[in-house]
Design a protein around this ligand. Structure first.
Ligand SMILES: Nc1nc2c(ncn2[C@@H]2O[C@H](COP(=O)(O)OP(=O)(O)OP(=O)(O)O)[C@@H](O)[C@H]2O)c(=O)[nH]1
Ligand SMILES: [Mg+2]
Ligand SMILES: [Zn+2]
Ligand SMILES: [Zn+2]
Length: 1009
């Protein structure tokens, strides 16, 4: 055993310890430390991470000069009492051991500033912990604490306290004593409430409460004026205290996902200012009892007649078919109290063409009536056919009733209800038989709808009486004026005491509730509010029914719109001045997209030809030399109606003009990437993707993310699995293509496996090659960066290599940027820093020189500085130190942009932009060299659930500081015109006005008639 006695360290190593004061014995397979360790002369740091130590010898107590002791990732079950002799110790790291208790002597460590005890088995802390008066950071993540040790609350100098992943069920009021505390992590516990005293934590900057059981937040939370981050994702909140408004307007970053907050959650996604305005309006709010009832079913099933009957209107013998959606009020008595529920009935036209668009209006927290007409012999499949798309969209968060019409008494229809009930458990709430002509069954149905509506989570939600008055006046105009200007909307609001920022928030809220259609962040549409959604859906239905466009393979000549939307019989009017807006609205609903290079034509993706056109290659075509392919198969559990037309529209910038009902052939718009993709629904539930390029990773990742984003956003109730077709070739050259589940491959790699044998053809595949398109989250991005920098350095002389791999480099940059940008989305995230005047301040130290922070445009592949958004940082000393860990990472990535852009100059950036990139990067490189070096080795990884673990805690904190710094200098969040847009892969990006046009092109042109 070489770790015994003096052999533990070689003579050279001993001298090195003496010289540096640091003794690093990490990952040496040590099972025990020899007593001789005590004879080491005065090391200040002893690192024993990643060994198999079960105990520390008592002699450890002799190392009295020790300031840092690192024993992370060992098997310690206890600490020797002698640990108490290490009175100089400032940091003690014991993460990832098996400690169940600490010796009381721990209390003697009077110099201790950091105590790391994450991932142990502590059920309690000894009372002596109280004596650690110097303690600033205490990590107790993932232990077994069931109650907050009251001792902790006496550690009044504590700055950071981590208690994530314990079993705490309550916080004592004494917590309020920790007035120095800046970070408090309580995620993954069992808290149901917070004490009001939490408001006394005046220094608190970050409060983590994700994945608890909180049903409310105390109003006192509003007193935490230093709070920068509050994470309450995954709790049971149904409302927010209005006291949060001031914190939000001060820049609080608030995580709310996964709470049953209904429309409030969506409001928060529209931006902090919208949520702030809403919360501020709640002062004298009153509860609302409103619900939405949606009627779906085949044409002629009797939906419109049923609504008439429910409203006690006389029966009409021959009703015209419904176009689009008709929305009308329906008052139903609340089941237990005297008042009426204000129900809006949405009557969907049954024609086939509208179904894809109509599902966008299938919202959660509503009551669905699946209406069917017995006697057609298709009852069961018919009801099922309507329940499926509902479930795909609402994933259980709604109630559905199956209603048979034309049931005057004689026949007894049987839609095999038990089968439906089993298939749609959780969604299906009952079955009814009714006759709209005789009124049979109508009172019972009315009662059932009222009972289900009254149980919806939004019942009793608060709304300001001023907002209510403004809303009612606006919506009163819906019949006469289906669309009004935002100015008019605001004027009406103003009359009711709703000021302008609240008026936009009201418009957003009404949009979320489906009462109006308002796209406040769209260049072309921001000045209009559609106050009659039915008017718009009818316009869509007329367009989709246009035979001329269908015959033209879905290519819509804008000049035709005049004909399509000329006043149809009995239909609403569509004045020509609204046509550009209507067409832009079609684009927002993914019905159509513009054809590249033709301002007067669009593609209506649902009307494309049925047959596949001739393609440059298909799945069977062998891959030529110099080209790689990445493929995947996405297996859906049930068909997702509209998937292909929506994918076609989303990727129209990569269009090659080859699209058909079940597929689309794409080419990445950056020609230098030479990337082509074939995406096809081979069966209604099997989506195949094949990307071919010299470096296909980038385009493949973009497509994969975009497909997954589309599926998870549009159909929360859809489950699917990803597969990789076996790439092995048979003797005849045809691929084996046996689908291999990606999950299984990832699990195998996790377990340390390196190969996978295909059960069909027996080929053994290298796991990492097979999973090339599914790279694991980069745990530490630095090595990846270092590798790329080395590559770039190699090719400085000839940029051709880099050019050839432009797409590969773009992929790495994208991954790095994604990792550093997942945390925060409410301000631009790429930036460079440079000395404000590099010449004049040469003599001054870095932290005394004024500095300039410049934001970048995040358009993928085109990253460039946006000099207008640049802020002078007057006192960089403290700021720079704080942001260094994040800044170094971003700079590292951006340094690659310049050579990449130069390599494909003229294609990606304009010469002016390229010059700016080079200037910024040069200034920044000089400055980075002076930033404090980062000790990355021992930093704990950021343990945010679901965030992919990609950046370290230090980097995440640093990024938070960057955001604070930016918002301090730009409190109005103007960012000199950088605007957030959504990429087809779902990411939010901040882009300059020029690149913004790619995402938000404004209103389409319509030729003068
Ligand atoms: N006897 C009888 N006739 C009904 C009943 N429900 C509907 N009808 C008649 O059936 C026809 C179709 O009814 P609608 O209510 O217009 O059907 P719909 O489902 O709204 O059809 P679309 O709007 O085209 O999707 C009308 O002529 C109704 O008068 C019913 O319960 N009993
Ligand atoms: Mg109808
Ligand atoms: Zn195979
Ligand atoms: Zn740009």
């Amino acid at each position: 055993m070489n770790q015994a006695g003096g052999e533990l360290l070689s003579a050279t190593e001993v001298r090195e310890v003496e010289r540096t004061g640091r003794c690093d014995l990490s990952e040496r397979g040590l099972t025990a430390l020899p007593p001789e360790i005590g004879r080491l002369t005065s090391p200040q740091t002893l690192v024993l991470n990643g060994n198999q130590l079960t105990a520390l010898p008592p002699e450890i107590g002799q190392l009295t000069s020790l300031e840092q002791l690192w024993v992370n990732g060992n098997r310690l079950t206890a600490l020797p009492p002698e640990i108490g002799q290490l009175t100089s110790l400032r940091q003690l790291w014991l993460d990832g051991n098996r400690l169940t208790a600490l010796p009381p002597e721990i209390g003697a460590l009077s110099s201790l500033e950091i105590l790391g005890l994450d991932r142990n088995q502590l059920a309690a802390l000894p009372a002596e912990t109280t004596q650690l008066t110097s303690l600033q950071a205490l990590g107790l993540n993932r232990n077994r604490l069931t109650a907050l040790p009251l001792e902790i609350t006496r550690l009044t100098s504590l700055l950071a306290l981590w208690l994530n992943g314990n079993q705490l069920s309550e916080l004592p009021p004494e917590i309020g004593a920790l007035t120095s505390l800046q970070i408090l992590g309580l995620g993954g516990n069992r808290l149901t409430a917070l004490p009001a005293e939490i408001g006394q934590l005046a220094s608190l900057q970050v409060l983590g409460l994700v994945r608890n059981r909180l049903t409310a937040l105390p109003p006192e939370i509003g007193q935490l004026t230093s709070l920068e981050g509050l994470g309450v994702d995954g709790n049971r909140l149904t409302a927010l205290p209005r006291q949060l408004a001031d914190l939000l307007s001060g820049g609080l970053e608030l995580g709310l996902a996964g709470n049953p907050l209904g429309p409030i959650l969506e409001l928060s996604e529209r931006g902090a200012s919208v949520l702030t305005a809403y919360l501020r309006s709640l002062e004298d709010a009153i509860p609302q009892y409103e619900a939405k009832v949606l009627l779906v079913g085949e044409a002629n099933a009797g939906k419109t007649a049923l609504i008439a009957a429910l409203r006690d209107e006389p029966f009409a013998e021959r009703r015209p078919a419904t176009h689009g959606i008709e929305i009308s009020p329906l008052a139903l008595p609340h089941p237990d109290s005297g008042f009426d529920l204000a129900v809006r009935a949405w009557d969907f036209g049954g024609q086939e063409v509208c179904r894809i668009t109509h599902q966008l209006f299938f919202t959660k927290h509503a009551v669905y009536l699946v209406v069917w007409k017995p006697g057609q012999g298709q009852e069961r499949s018919e009801a099922e056919g309507w329940l499926r798309p509902i479930r795909l969209r609402v994933s259980g968060d709604a109630r559905a009733l199956v209603v048979g019409t034309h049931c005057s008494g004689e026949q007894h229809p049987d839609p095999d209800y038990p089968h439906l009930r089993q298939t749609f458990a959780g969604l299906l709430a009952g079955q009814f038989e009714a006759d709209s002509k005789t009124g049979r069954g109508i009172p019972e149905l009315r009662q059932a709808i009222a009972a289900d509506a009254a149980a919806l989570p939004q019942m009793g939600q608060l709304l300001s009486p001023r907002w209510i008055a403004a809303r009612d006046e606006v919506l009163g105009l819906a019949e006469a004026e289906p669309i009004i200007s935002l100015e008019r909307f605001a004027a009406i609001c103003c009359r009711h005491g709703v000021e302008s920022d609240q008026a936009t928030a009201l418009a957003e809220l009404l949009h979320i509730l489906g009462r109006v259609i308002y796209f406040g962040d769209d260049q072309g549409l921001r000045d209009l509010v559609v106050i009659n959604p039915g008017w718009l859906t009818k316009a869509i239905s007329y367009l989709l029914a246009d035979e001329t466009t269908r015959k033209a393979d879905g290519v819509l000549d804008h000049a035709r719109l005049r004909e399509i939307w000329q006043r149809p019989e009995d239909g609403p009017a569509y004045p020509a001045r609204y046509h550009p807006y209507l067409l832009r609205l079609m684009e927002k609903f993914d019905v159509s997209c513009r054809l590249g290079g033709d301002q007067y034509r669009s593609l209506v993706a649902q009307l494309v030809p049925q047959d596949r056109p001739v393609l440059p290659w298909d799945f069977q075509t062998p891959v030529p030399e110099g080209t790689r392919r990445l493929t995947m198969i996405c297996q859906l559990c049930e068909p997702a109606p509209g998937l292909m037309p929506w994918l076609t529209v989303r990727h129209h910038r990569a269009s090659t003009g080859r699209h058909w009902r079940d597929g689309v052939f794409l080419r990445h718009p950056i020609a230098a990437y030479e990337s082509e993709a074939l995406t096809e629904l081979r069966t209604p539930t099997e989506l195949a993707v094949d990307v071919r390029a010299p470096s296909p990773d980038y385009f493949f990742h973009v497509l994969r993310d975009s497909i997954e984003d589309l599926m998870t956003r549009r159909w929360p109730g859809l489950s699917y699995t990803l597969h990789i077709p076996c790439p092995a070739l048979a003797a005849d050259g045809s691929p084996c293509a046996d689908p291999i589940p990606v999950d299984a491959l990832l699990a195998r790699r996790q377990e340390g496996g390196t190969h996978y044998r295909c059960p069909r053809c027996g080929t053994s595949h290298d796991l990492s090659t097979l999973l090339a398109g599914f790279s694991q989250p980069v745990l530490s991005l630095q090595p990846e960066l270092d590798r790329l920098h080395a590559e770039v350095a190699d090719v400085r002389s000839g940029v051709n290599v880099l050019k050839a791999d432009a797409a590969g480099t773009a992929d790495t940059i994208r991954r790095i940027l994604r990792a550093v940008t997942t945390e925060i989305t409410d301000c631009p995230r790429l930036f460079t820093l440079a000395s404000a005047d590099p010449s004049g301040f040469g003599e001054l130290a870095l932290d005394q020189r004024p500095c300039r922070l410049t934001l970048w445009c995040e358009h993928p592949g085109h990253w460039h500085p946006w000099p207008d958004a640049s802020y002078a940082i007057d006192q960089p000393r403290e700021g720079l130190l704080r942001i260094a860990p994040y800044a170094t990472l971003v700079f590292g990535a951006l340094q690659l942009v310049a050579p990449l852009a130069a390599a494909v100059a003229g294609v990606i950036l304009t010469p002016g932009e390229l010059q700016q990139v080079q200037d910024q990067v040069q200034l920044m490189t000089a400055l980075t060299a002076e930033l404090p070096a980062q000790e990355t080795g021992n930093q704990p990884e950021l343990a945010t659930p679901g965030s992919g673990h990609q950046i370290t805690l230090a980097q995440a904190h640093a990024w938070r500081s960057v955001r604070t710094l930016i918002l301090e200098h730009d409190p109005g969040r103007a960012f000199a015109g950088l605007r957030p847009v959504q990429e087809s892969s779902g990411e939010l990006l901040w882009v300059c006005p020029r690149h913004c046009l790619q995402y938000d092109p404004g209103l389409p042109g319509i030729p003068a008639g």
